[in-house]
Write a protein that binds this ligand. Structure first.
Ligand SMILES: [Zn+2]
Length: 270
């Protein structure tokens, strides 16, 4: 499942192909993904020049010279392919540029989405309205997090997965950051001290930055013959390592809450 670093890397992979280019074709190949694709997306994007690409949480943003922003979400199984040899069954959006490049958004499970909004309305795009700060931004710091979790009795892991508190953090990165910061995933948000929040914020930024860097270094693989913007395997400290030794010598444990696995070490996470 694509997480924030994969979306960041995907945007970085699309940027050299799309930025500054006029789009000669933008063709949805079905009416909906998770929800309907706007019927005017094709007409608003075709002929426009892409001025910039960006990311908000796990959404990719493609801005044009017409003042529109196309917003894509990769859902559970979405991925872009650049210059595909041929179209496949689950290629749901086809884009062609004036220079003859092609790219497709492929999403077999269709939990992703495609939308288009005016740039000035981006903050009012429904998924963004109540969304918390970007985890890599300066607004996300220990003072903010201490305030946002004040009085909250919920476990810190659950709070970090709440998009209203911080945008775009997924299960893997929360498990890894809590381990790095030495904080138990079950610790109540309200009971964590400011210095421990300092360590937690630093850990979140570190795991995300390392994953983006790993993805960036694998960007050259993106321009393979099949052109798939792939995802990278990473060596996690606790995620997916149930029963293996933590660096402290204890065994990594796993518990399942509401269908989601938490990996942690009860010896070094208190
Ligand atoms: Zn440990």
């Amino acid at each position: 499942m694509p997480e924030l670093p994969e979306v960041e890397t995907t945007v970085a992979g699309l940027r050299p192909v799309l930025e500054g280019q006029r789009l000669t074709l933008v063709e949805p190949r079905r009416a909906d993904l998770r929800w309907p694709i706007p019927v005017d997306l094709r007409q608003r994007m075709t002929g426009a020049i892409v001025t910039s690409l960006g990311r908000r949480a796990k959404y990719g943003l493609v801005e044009t010279d017409r003042g529109d922003v196309m917003i894509f979400h990769l859902g559970m199984s979405g991925r872009w392919r650049i210059d595909p040899v041929e179209l496949e069954k689950h290629d749901h959006l086809l884009i062609e540029t004036e220079t003859g490049r092609r790219m497709v958004l492929n999403d077999p499970r269709r939990f992703g989405s495609l939308d288009i909004v005016r740039a000035e309305d981006l903050d009012r795009y429904k998924p963004f309205i109540l969304m918390g700060p970007e985890p890599l931004g300066d607004d996300f710091n220990a003072t903010y997090l201490k305030g946002a979790t004040k009085g909250r009795k919920a476990p810190i892991k659950q709070l970090l997965l709440d998009q209203r508190i911080v945008a775009g953090l997924g299960n893997i990165y929360v498990c890894e950051a809590l381990h790095m910061a030495g904080i138990s995933p079950r610790k109540k948000g309200d009971a964590i001290s400011k210095p421990r929040y300092e360590r937690l914020v630093a850990a979140i930024k570190e795991v995300l930055t390392a994953a983006i860097a790993a993805g960036g270094s694998s960007l050259r693989d993106f321009v393979r013959p099949d052109g798939e913007l792939g995802y990278f395997a990473k060596d996690w400290l606790v995620y997916g390592r149930e029963g293996e030794a933590c660096h402290c010598g204890a065994l990594v444990q796993r518990r399942v809450d509401s269908g989601r696995s938490t990996f942690y070490c009860s010896q070094c996470q208190k």
